[in-house]
Design a protein around this ligand. Structure first.
Ligand code: MG
Length: 251
C-alpha cells in the first residue's frame, strides 16, 4: 500500500477541484424534480463539469457509461443514468459525482429527498450525513484510519441501520481511487497513521435494513438485498495538523 502525501501545490489543485465539484453538486441539485430522467440529470451535470474546464472522472471509469452515478431508493451506489429512470415524488436520489481538474480528482456524493418522504427516509438521510461528520472528528494527523471507521460505524449502529461493508471510501489524488481503503465500520487493526497532506474520500453508505447488497444485471448498480432504502454521503477531505478541511463542502 502506498498512501500519497500531497505537496502544497497539489493541495491547492485538490482544493480547487473540490470547490468546483461542490459548485456542480449545488447547481445540479436544482434540477432534481419529478419527471426528469436520471440520464437528463447526467447530461446537465456533464455539461456543467465541462464548462468549468474539468473532465468527469466517472465517465468510462472501468467502462462506466455515465458521468454521474445516480441511484434511486434501494439502489445504494453506481446507478447508471438512464432515460428509463424517471424521478418520482417521494424518491431518495443519490448523486455521486467526480471531476478532474488539472490532473487532480475530487469525489463527493449527496442524497436528496424529492418532495415529501417518510420520516424513516428522512432519518436515514440525516444519520448517514451525520455519520460522515462523526467520522471526520477523528480525521486528524496522529490518529489512525480506524478511528474514522469506528466513529462512522458506531454512530450508524445506534440506529440499527445496515452499514454497507462491500463498498468503502478511499484515498484520492491523481487517481480516483488510491490507498488506503476506508471502511465505514470498525476494523481489527488500527490502520495507517493519518498525516497532513493525505486526501481521503470518506463515504458512508447506509441501509435502513440489512447491510447486504447485490449487483444488478448491468454489473454496476448496487442494490440492497432486502429492498430497503439506502443513503450515501461523501466528501473529499484533507488531513491537516489541525481540523480536517472538507474540500468539497465550503458552505
Ligand atoms: Mg468515492
Amino acid at each position: 500500500m502506498s498512501v500519497s502525501i500531497k505537496s502544497e501545490h497539489e493541495i491547492e489543485l485538490m482544493r480547487e477541484a473540490g470547490h468546483l465539484l461542490e459548485k456542480v453538486h449545488n447547481e445540479l441539485a436544482a434540477h432534481i424534480r419529478p419527471g426528469i430522467s436520471t440520464k437528463e440529470l447526467d447530461r446537465i451535470g456533464e455539461e456543467m463539469i465541462r464548462s468549468l474546464g474539468c473532465t468527469p472522472n466517472f465517465l468510462n471509469y472501468n467502462g462506466f457509461p455515465g458521468s454521474f452515478c445516480i441511484s434511486l431508493n434501494d439502489e445504494v451506489v453506481h446507478g447508471i443514468p438512464s432515460t428509463k429512470k424517471i424521478i418520482q415524488e417521494g424518491d431518495l436520489v443519490k448523486i455521486d459525482a467526480g471531476l478532474i481538474y488539472k490532473g487532480y480528482h475530487s469525489d463527493a456524493a449527496r442524497t436528496y429527498a424529492v418532495g415529501e418522504v417518510s420520516a424513516e427516509a428522512r432519518q436515514l438521510m440525516e444519520v448517514t450525513k451525520q455519520s460522515f461528520f462523526e467520522g471526520i472528528k477523528f480525521a486528524k494527523a496522529g490518529n489512525h484510519l480506524n478511528d474514522i471507521s469506528k466513529a462512522i460505524g458506531a454512530y450508524a449502529a445506534k440506529y440499527n441501520y445496515g452499514i454497507v461493508r462491500d463498498l468503502v471510501g478511499h484515498g484520492i489524488g491523481t487517481h480516483l481511487h488510491e490507498d488506503p481503503q476506508i471502511p465505514n465500520f470498525p476494523q481489527k487493526r488500527r490502520g495507517i497513521k493519518l498525516m497532513p497532506g493525505m486526501t481521503l474520500a470518506i463515504e458512508p453508505m447506509i441501509n435502513i435494513g440489512r447491510a447486504d447488497v447485490a449487483w444488478e444485471d448491468d454489473d454496476w448498480t448496487v442494490v440492497t438485498m432486502d429492498g430497503s432504502l439506502s443513503a450515501h454521503y461523501e466528501n473529499t477531505v484533507l488531513i491537516t495538523d489541525g481540523e480536517p478541511e472538507i474540500l468539497t463542502l465550503t458552505k
